[in-house]
Design a protein around this ligand. Structure first.
Ligand SMILES: Nc1ncnc2c1ncn2[C@@H]1O[C@H](COP(=O)(O)OP(=O)(O)OP(=O)(O)O)[C@@H](O)[C@H]1O
Ligand SMILES: [Mg+2]
Length: 259
């Protein structure tokens, strides 16, 4: 269980684009937060700065009082698991081996090169696969599973890491509605049962309303809404998505210039 404290976070990419603009946010331990916002709002940039995949230009991110920086990167990656839109499984490897890679954050790198894991890691991985309901698929090749099942393997891999927090960047964007619900139910239940802090970005407002404890609305690198689903009214929704991001506006200008 981890709190996430984000203080005056800004990110300017090398090309000069300001993706995050002095953003502050405190996330409670064990809560399920959903980030909404139009494409280009900065959702992925924000999520990636939480586990150090992206380096902030200024400001700080702390996970359980551990500041995200180069010195702490190994500890941060050990405590913060990621779930990806494209699952990021090694397709030719078994479901079990994919889940075992979740243990690598805690193991020596030589073991990781050889895919050698101690017995106790197999027990942890099996437990994670049971939790996501895939104990029958343990030795199947990862790419033989459906999209929904592959994402459940992605969640099992995150669980095998025994993380304090799970960051999920559009975890259901590649899934049909039924699998999306299964995956979001799983993430929410894991969050509640295991007190794991979950922060997920979504494009489906209805799912955010159904599953989130808290909704953060982002636009052009800023937080423009912060509250419980009940406060995220249809007019809030319209205003969140009506305001185009700067980039979209720039694209539109370019298109007009070439018209
Ligand atoms: N490596 C990069 N270099 C330059 N600009 C970038 C880079 N990565 C992202 N951006 C820009 O930063 C802005 C925010 O991107 P980000 O991926 O965080 O948005 P997002 O809200 O996740 O969008 P989406 O909903 O499409 O995933 C966008 O304008 C994007 O083009
Ligand atoms: Mg994104």
């Amino acid at each position: 269980m981890a709190s996430i404290k984000i203080n005056s976070l800004a990110k300017t990419y090398d090309n000069g684009f300001q993706a995050l603009q002095c953003l502050s946010l405190d996330i409670d331990p064990g809560s399920f937060t959903v980030i909404l916002g139009p494409s280009g709002a900065g959702k992925s940039t924000l999520l990636r700065t939480i586990n150090g995949l992206e380096t902030a230009t200024s400001g700080t991110v702390c996970v359980s009082n551990l500041q995200v920086n180069k010195q702490n990167l190994k500890s941060i990656r050990e405590h913060v698991a990621m779930v990806f839109q494209q699952f990021n499984l090694v397709s030719r490897l078994s479901v079990m081996t994919n889940v075992l890679t979740g243990r690598l954050a805690k193991r020596h790198s030589l073991l990781s090169l050889l895919y050698l894991f101690p017995k106790e890691d197999y027990a942890i991985a099996l437990k994670a696969l049971e939790r996501v309901g895939l104990e029958e698929k343990v030795w199947h090749r990862a790419d033989k599973l459906s999209g929904g099942q592959q994402q459940r393997v992605g969640i099992a891999r995150a669980l095998a890491q025994e993380p304090l927090a799970i960051i999920a960047d559009e975890p259901v964007a590649s899934l049909d509605p039924r699998s999306s619900k299964e995956v979001l139910t799983l993430l929410r239940d894991i969050c509640r049962e295991m007190n794991i802090t979950v922060v997920a970005s979504l494009h489906q407002v209805d799912f955010a309303r159904e599953y989130a404890d808290r909704i953060i609305g982002m636009n052009a690198g800023r937080i423009v809404f912060d509250g419980p689903p009940s406060a995220f009214t249809s007019s809030q929704e319209i205003s969140l998505y009506q305001h185009e991001t700067m980039e979209v506006k720039e694209d539109a200008k370019m298109a007009l210039a070439y018209a």
